[in-house]
Design a protein around this ligand. Sequence first.
Ligand SMILES: Nc1ncnc2c1ncn2[C@@H]1O[C@H](COP(=O)(O)OP(=O)(O)OP(=O)(O)O)[C@@H](O)[C@H]1O
Length: 625
Amino acid sequence: MELLVVENERLKQELKACKTSLLQEAPPPACTTTDSFAAELCSLRILRYQSRSPAPHLSLSSPTLSISLSLSSLSVQYVTEIVEVESTESQQAVAEAQAKSVALQEQLSLQRQLLRELETQLHDSQRTSTQLRAQILVYEGEMERAQGQLEAEMQNLEEEKNRVIEEAFIRAESEMKAVHENLAGVRMNLLTLQPALRTLTCDYNCLKRQVQDFPFMLEKAITEAKQEICQVIGEVSSANQELLRKYKREMNLRKKCHNELVRIKGNIRVFCRVRPVCRGEHDSAENMVSFDPDDDALLYLSNKVKLMTFELDKVFHPQATQEEVFQEVQSLVTSCIDGFNVCIFAYGQTGSGKTYTMEGVAKDPGINQRALRLLFSEVTEKAPDWDFKITVSMVEIYNETLRNLLGDIQGEKLDIKMNPDGSGQLYVPGLTEFTVQSPEDINRVFELGHMNRATACTNLNEHSSRSHALLIITVAGVNSSTGHRTQGKLNLVDLAGSERIAKSGAEGSRLREAQCINKSLSALGDVINALRSRHSHVPFRNSRLTYLLSDSLSGDSKTLMMVQVSPLVSNMSESVCSLKFAQRVRTIELGNATRRQWENSSTSSSPTHDSVEVTHTHTHAPWRE
Ligand SMILES: Nc1ncnc2c1ncn2[C@@H]1O[C@H](COP(=O)(O)OP(=O)(O)OP(=O)(O)O)[C@@H](O)[C@H]1O
């Protein structure tokens, strides 16, 4: 590219140097003076600058001179001829050159601006480069640090690896040792097992032979066994026949023996219960009553002078619970489901615990509630094979008068009559029979009975001491498949107090009460006596109590007398009296086994069977003496 540079500083300097050397070294042309030559030189203007030629050179011109300068070796060619200065072409060329120069100047200014921008950019780039270099230094620092850490980490890992390898090696060594030891043990075992293996192999072969032979042996054995079994079955069946025959004979014998036993022993049991000393009782009971540790049928009573021994069927000590007492009587209770008539009497002086044993207290009920609940649960269990109906009546006998306790009319008096149906059975017209269908009914019965008894008298405690309370439970059942019927009756009787009021000189109503109580208790003793002695006549009619219970005291019926005893010394004589009564009941000598009239009375309609009428006044009970 060819570029005309006019104002270039370097060129200016070179030109200045050229002019100076031209002035000093070149001789002015002949036609001019030194001064005008100098002036001529000063007016020289750069015409052209060639920078790309092999030797850069400068073309200068003035009106009179045309100079070409080689910039490396300055050589001057003198213009020897004066050229036409202001020719049209030159002026035109000058004009063109000036126009060109203007264009170039503009271009130059543009280039300069460009240059400035480029310089600015260069500055920016240099600044950026400086920043980048600083950043590179930071990065290099960080890289060095990271590399340091990496190296340390690698060092650690290397150490860890070595440690783990070492540990693994040690472990492997010890395991290897153990394996070696095991191996040695196994080798030893192997050595000892070899003979065993030989024996086993031998056994195996032997067994194998046996197994092969087994089916034949089995078949043979089965055939033999079959023959033997057939033979044994034959023998057993004939033995069975014989046994069955013997069993039937034994059963008949047993039944006969049982009947004989019942006939001899009677169905009357006597228990005794000694109540504890109650809170607030200051009387000393020490050593008055004692028990035999080896025989629960013995009871000892001692006063200052003598020791009395009583033998009964069972004695309950003061700590005996209601449950324990009930355990002993529950078989009697349930026997009425099988059609037996049962009587349980509580006998004893006032305050000896009769009501406690029969009724109990709310938290700990006595025989009455427990019996009814047991019967209810037993008959419920027997359903649907059996259809049972349990009915309950409650009566009291006060001054020989029978009162309905479950009726709507309070204190309603009842009478005992012969059933007009001709069955010979007694019945009580108007007696309320409450059918128990749920356990709740049981509670209702007792509540109602208790309420009626309490409202009919002014002092329940006194009243209950002087009247007999009877709970009569009838259990009637029908077997749904056979149609077989049973009917049993359970009479639970809380007797009036047995103390001898008459002896203490009671008068008026108290005397009458005492007479009535003595009469009925005496009649009860007489009936029991007659029953056990197999008397031909049993005096049921001598009291309301015995008359009402006649069907439950006769036949196969069972009777339990629970004699209650107070442990207090002050009650000693009454306790002795009660126990003597109990023992007498138990040890009545058996008379001739004659057929009892009442046995007929229950099946006959004749009212004359029980013919003894009460004709004398009972101020005292000789039977109890
Ligand atoms: N086994 C016993 N355990 C705890 N307390 C008893 C026991 N027997 C009786 N008692 C208590 O003794 C007291 C008298 O008992 P209970 O009323 O039953 O005598 P009772 O012979 O029925 O008298 P009554 O002839 O006047 O009716 C009552 O307070 C009763 O709670």
